[in-house]
Write a protein that binds this ligand. Structure first.
Ligand code: ATP
Ligand code: MG
Length: 361
């Protein structure tokens, strides 16, 4: 209610499956943030998208959703979309379209263990390139289908993802220096570039060279950041053996997706890992998990990935201290270990976990 508290309008797009359970949970947490003079005043707009919407209305991302996001919202939270395993005529993923329309070129995925809750500690930030890797299908002269994976890697997109990674490495380093809490990562900031350029020398070669050049052509800015490379296969191996060896990891679209599901296993559940789709002008928070049709509608979904995604959204909109409050409340509930959903071995419902987090706030 302070005169200078800023109004922020957030678009809520639950979409499919457990998105409809975890996005309301994230909203409840945002609404439970203690009010202060500097904290924003939130308003929410419900927006449609998804496979279920497509089945009813023939369109997966309605024009109205895009227009209202652009004109009325400062950021958004996206739940999950069901992706049919076979091609459905006329359907394409609305989140892919959203990333493209809003130019959300990097998917930022922090994966960190809460001390005492996992076997191996880790605290890494995966930057997944968010716009490239496409495929197409055509018919040959005999009428037989030929499917092509046109793996597009551009210097433009690689440079943007690389720049995001180096900037995030510096930001994390600054944050570590400014807090008294012990951090897992002790050394200078580090960026690990993931690729497979020994096999895909043209595409991944360009990716590798372009990301390396981000540092090499900006020695003043990024001189303090260590740079290393890891082939994607050995990345998976090393991540499971030695997850504490990573700070920021930057990867092309598909590798980034695969690595982050692996990292999610290391912290205990896909239901814990958030992401933010980040562009220069807009942010969309989105849990890393999918629509989880196997547990949808049963109050079994872990809401933490979506709740942390709301924190990431705030962080990337410039509200780091509000975001930190959310992370602390979540970590507190996880550390206590009493109230958790079945994916973490508990029997609490989505609502009970959400309420416990709100109570801590
Ligand atoms: P999609 O096609 O939407 O990606 P999917 O079948 O790949 O769906 P995911 O959502 O990626 O499903 O989930 C993979 C597994 O992880 C499923 O068994 C699901 O139940 C579980 N899972 C995913 N998210 C959560 C969550 N938030 N809480 C609990 N379990 C989850
Ligand atoms: Mg999935």
């Amino acid at each position: 209610t302070a005169a200078h508290s800023k109004k922020l309008t957030i678009g809520l797009i639950p979409a499919d499956g457990i998105g409809r359970e975890v996005i309301p949970a994230a909203r409840q947490v945002l609404e439970s943030l203690p009010k202060s003079d500097s904290s924003p005043q939130f308003e929410y707009i419900h927006l449609d998208a998804g496979f279920e919407y497509f089945q009813k209305h023939g369109v997966a991302l309605p024009e109205e959703t895009l227009v209202r996001l652009r004109e009325e919202c400062q950021g958004a939270l996206f739940g999950a979309v069901s992706s049919p395993s076979h091609k459905v005529a006329g359907y394409s993923s609305p989140i892919v379209a959203l990333r493209k329309h809003l130019d959300l070129y990097a998917n930022v995925r922090p994966v960190a263990s809460v001390s005492g809750t996992t076997q191996k500690p880790l605290d890494m930030l995966i930057i997944r390139e968010n716009t490239e890797c496409l495929e197409r299908i055509e018919t040959d002269a005999n009428g037989l289908r030929v499917a092509w994976a046109d793996r597009k890697i551009s210097e433009f997109a690689s440079r943007r993802a690389g720049t995001m990674a180096f900037n995030m490495a510096l930001m994390r380093d600054k944050l570590r220096r400014s807090t008294s809490a012990p951090s897992l990562w002790q050394g200078p900031p580090k960026v690990t570039i993931v690729h497979k350029s020994n096999v895909l020398s043209v595409t991944d070669g360009l990716w590798r060279e372009t990301v390396r050049a981000v540092k090499e052509s900006n020695p003043d800015l990024y001189g303090s950041v260590t740079m290393e490379e890891q082939l994607v296969d050995s990345m998976v191996y090393r991540m499971f053996r030695e997850p504490e060896a990573f700070d920021v990891v930057v990867a092309p679209n598909l590798y980034g997706d695969i690595i982050s599901d692996g990292a999610a296993a290391l912290v205990g559940s896909l239901g814990l890992v958030p992401s933010a789709n980040v562009g220069d002008n807009f942010v969309v928070g989105e849990p890393v998990h999918g629509s989880a049709p196997d547990i949808a509608g049963q109050q079994k979904a872990n809401p933490i990935a979506a709740i942390r995604s709301a924190g990431l959204l705030l962080e990337h909109m410039g509200y780091a201290s509000e975001a930190a409050r959310i992370y602390e409340a979540v970590d507190g509930v996880l550390r206590e270990g009493q109230i958790c959903t079945p994916d973490l071995g508990g029997s609490s419902t989505t609502q009970e976990v959400t309420d416990a987090i709100c109570k801590r706030l």
